[in-house]
Design a protein around this ligand. Structure first.
Ligand code: FES
Length: 260
């Protein structure tokens, strides 16, 4: 089933492309939800403020609870962020957000060690504490920490510099492919995508050997929000890759997991 939705103005479209994807912290990183930003101009940058409700993301309620966040289309930093609920008496704050890219050679850090509360780099083993501070190893610098405010009740506000304002002119073209929802999926899953201007779009589902399992969409994309419901009930359980090309160029890849 393919649905074309309403036309949008540019600001609404920027909210779409900078929408964050929230997943569980640990493998298989189950998809938890999406949050659109409030967009502001701050200095020379477009700033996104993301209100993360603890009611919607109870994974953050327990001390040492955590979520993983992906921000797409930003030019400003490595777009994977980890938020951890830490004991206030020890750290002076309730929540900490760090970028998961190691400053050594850019590998992501692994999951937080549940006993030592350290991040270990998946590349060459540098250790960082939960605040992102360098502890040991070849990186010798801290993980980048992001601004975050907690209202003391139910909401965390994550502040992210998203894009240089001087590069956000009307001519700039954007596209997005949202993570399918739900993921993992067993019968049906929703795929949402769009382009800021009409463009030729191809979306394929391929298996891990690179074989095309299904063509999801192929043609001129003229709408900014397009939804496709994909029936995966006959697919073999396992991991697949969603690939999106725009005007013949590879743009996005998403991992789709089928579990029966
Ligand atoms: S990339 Fe992290 S230690 Fe080398």
């Amino acid at each position: 089933m393919f649905t074309k939705l309403v036309k949008l103005d540019r600001r609404d479209f920027l909210e779409l492309i900078f929408t964050i994807t929230i997943t569980e912290f640990i493998y298989p990183h189950k998809l938890l939800g999406f949050i659109k930003p409030n967009l502001l101009k701050k200095g020379d940058y477009l700033q996104g403020i993301y209100g993360i409700s603890l009611d919607n993301y109870p994974e953050l309620l327990p001390i040492w609870g955590s979520i993983r966040i992906k921000i797409e289309n930003t030019l400003m930093f490595y777009p994977q962020v980890i938020i951890v609920h830490v004991p206030k008496e020890e750290y002076g704050v309730e929540f900490i957000a760090v970028c998961e890219r190691c400053p050594h050679e850019g590998y992501p850090v692994k999951d937080l060690d549940p006993d030592l509360h350290l991040f270990e780099c998946s590349g060459h083993g540098t250790l960082f504490d939960v605040t992102g501070r360098y502890v040991w190893g070849p990186a010798s610098r801290d993980l980048e920490r992001l601004n975050l405010e907690y209202d003391g009740d139910k909401t965390i506000y994550l502040e992210v510099a998203l894009y240089p304002l001087n590069m956000l002119n009307e001519e700039r073209e954007f596209a997005y492919l949202r993570q399918n929802f739900p993921n993992p999926c067993s019968d049906k899953t929703k795929i949402v995508f769009g382009t800021s201007k009409p463009a030729n779009v191809d979306i394929f589902l391929v298996d891990f050997k690179g074989n095309v399992v299904q063509k999801i969409f192929s043609g001129l994309c003229t709408e900014k929000i397009n939804e496709i419901i994909l029936d995966v009930s006959n697919f073999t359980s396992g991991s697949y890759i969603l690939k999106m090309n725009v005007d013949g160029k590879h743009f996005f890849t998403k991992k789709l997991i089928v579990e029966h």
